[in-house]
Design a protein around this ligand. Structure first.
Ligand SMILES: [Cu+2]
Length: 510
């Protein structure tokens, strides 16, 4: 790690002053970040076909090898964007996993920076969980100036996933200490689907009628490269910092105006700007993921229509629930079925975000091009999720700005210093309080939302989850189960700029 990276947070805090939160009051109340305007002209919406990421192919039984590398992608039509991708693609390949079939994924790092890969939603042993200072460093990377306790794996690391968990929509992304936000922004994210026999037995839409939809926002420079509000040192350096394309210097940290979080002005689905998908007049299963750094969405279908929710972050619901709108904060997933036979052939059905205005209100479009036979169904009973256990303890975690940091219980993140030690096999009520929009994510533990401000949670809060949208001045009670593995895990805000600005904490399962 270079000297400049080591001081990034301090350098950032020095320039922050008091401006960060004052700006929060100016934007729409539902906004969780600052809009970063592109230099490039915005692309025409609904012209680029929806891409579907490749499914990862094993290199041997139970083994995958994926290389993180720099590659060129055509994201804006006619221009070239440098991406940092798993397998050189953005999104990375989709991993198809099966409950009870463990896999090892060897992640090779050919990027100019260290990485740590977290399987979000995975019940993963601590050594493979993507701890922020458990790094895979590229060849020739200096090992000086690291964080205390930092671990370096040279070039490649085997991540071991037991996959002892229910069918669910998971995703994976970079989790490097201090640099998660810019590294995910550059492309380090992909989806992973766990399947099991319980799900196989259901007549849900499948094959071409099951679409993973990774939604995120980005901004672009005039030359088509990703724009991110980062500050650079004046002189260039060869210290393994964030070699930033047209910028010569080392990366110093986030531009202080963006402490709330960075929102791009181009909405991407599976890496394509405002794409269009041709669909049959039939049911489709949509695996919705908000992979944005900071942007929240309230998804709606226009000219009308309903989402039938069948699953949440951590697996299938007991029974389907219909929604007119779906709120989705960074890190969350909603597994839904949309029946396009409700629209006449020839219809355009647009997925919009009612929290945004102008171009950013658009997400993607479906065009119903043909009548089709449909043998799928959404049964009234979907699964038998684990029942709510009885909690053995209650703890409070306060997500708040303290001085010039984002903190949990007034403490900026300190690796290796756990704020809680729950016992394996028990459940606890964790009360999450907040001063702003903080999507709170727990590693390892899945939870149910018990209450918001002491009242019943929303209809969209159902099922077992790993990420919950905690809104300004809200008190959210969740019942978390600590199952699977002992060891060091984390809870943190999944607004990636907040996460990099110290809003993380360790907990240790004992
Ligand atoms: Cu936050």
């Amino acid at each position: 790690m270079s000297r400049s990276e080591g001081v990034s947070r301090r350098a950032f805090l020095g320039v922050l002053g008091g401006a960060g939160l004052a700006a929060a009051g100016c934007g729409p109340a539902e906004s969780a970040g600052q809009l970063l305007v592109s230099g490039a002209p915005l692309p025409e919406p609904f012209t680029v076909p929806l891409p579907i990421p490749e499914v990862a192919r094993p290199s041997g039984p139970g083994r995958y090898e994926v290389t993180q590398r720099v590659a060129a992608a055509e994201i804006l039509p006619g221009s070239r964007t440098e991406v940092w991708g798993y397998g050189g693609t953005f999104p990375g390949p989709t991993f198809e996993l099966r409950r009870g079939t463990p896999v090892t994924i060897a992640v090779r790092n050919e990027l100019p920076v260290p990485t740590s890969t977290h399987l979000h939603g995975g019940v993963t042993p601590p050594g493979s969980d993507g701890y922020p200072t458990d790094l895979v460093v590229p060849a020739g990377h200096s090992t000086r100036h690291g964080h205390p306790g930092e671990v370096h794996h040279q070039v490649v690391k085997d991540y071991r996933y037991p996959v002892e968990q229910r069918a669910a929509t998971l995703w994976y992304h970079d989790h490097r200490m201090d640099f998660t936000a810019p590294q995910v922004w550059r492309g380090l994210a992909g989806m992973a689907l766990v399947r099991d026999e319980e799900e196989d037995a259901l007549p849900l839409p499948r094959g071409e009628r099951e679409l993973p939809l990774m939604i995120c926002d980005r901004s672009f420079e005039e030359d088509g490269s990703f724009r991110y509000p980062q500050a650079y040192s004046a002189h260039g350096g060869a210290h393994g910092g964030m070699h930033g394309g047209m910028h010569g210097g080392d990366w110093l940290g986030l531009d202080g105006d963006y402490m709330e979080g960075v929102e791009g002005d181009v909405i991407l689905v599976n890496g394509a700007p405002w794409p269009v998908a041709e669909v049959a007049a039939a049911r489709y299963r949509l695996r919705l993921l908000n992979a944005s750094n900071a942007r929240r969405y309230r998804l709606q279908l226009t000219p009308g229509g309903r989402f039938t929710q069948i699953g949440s972050d951590s697996g299938l619901l007991a029974a389907p629930v219909a929604h007119d709108t779906i709120p989705i904060s960074p890190g969350e997933r909603y597994d839904v079925v949309v029946d396009f036979s409700a629209y006449p052939v020839g219809s355009a059905v647009t997925l919009v975000n009612t929290l945004a205005e102008g171009m950013q209100r658009n997400v993607m479009r479906f065009v119903v091009t043909r009548a089709a036979r449909d043998d799928s169904a959404v049964p009234a009973t979907l699964s038998r999720p684990p029942r709510r256990p009885r909690p053995v303890a209650t703890r409070t975690f306060d997500f708040r700005r303290t001085g010039e940091s984002w903190t949990i219980n007034a403490k900026p993140y300190r690796p290796g210093v756990p704020l809680a030690r729950p016992r394996l096999g028990t459940a606890e009520v964790w009360r999450l309080t907040s001063d702003f929009h903080h999507p709170v994510h727990l590693h390892l533990a899945h939870f149910q939302i018990l209450a918001r401000n002491g009242r019943a949670p929303a209809a969209t809060d159902g099922g077992w989850k790993d990420t919950v949208d905690v809104r300004p001045y809200e008190v959210v009670d969740v019942l978390a189960r600590f199952d699977g593995h002992r060891g060091r895990y984390m809870l943190h805000c999944h607004n990636l700029e907040h996460e990099d600005m110290a809003m993380m904490a360790d907990f240790e399962v004992i």
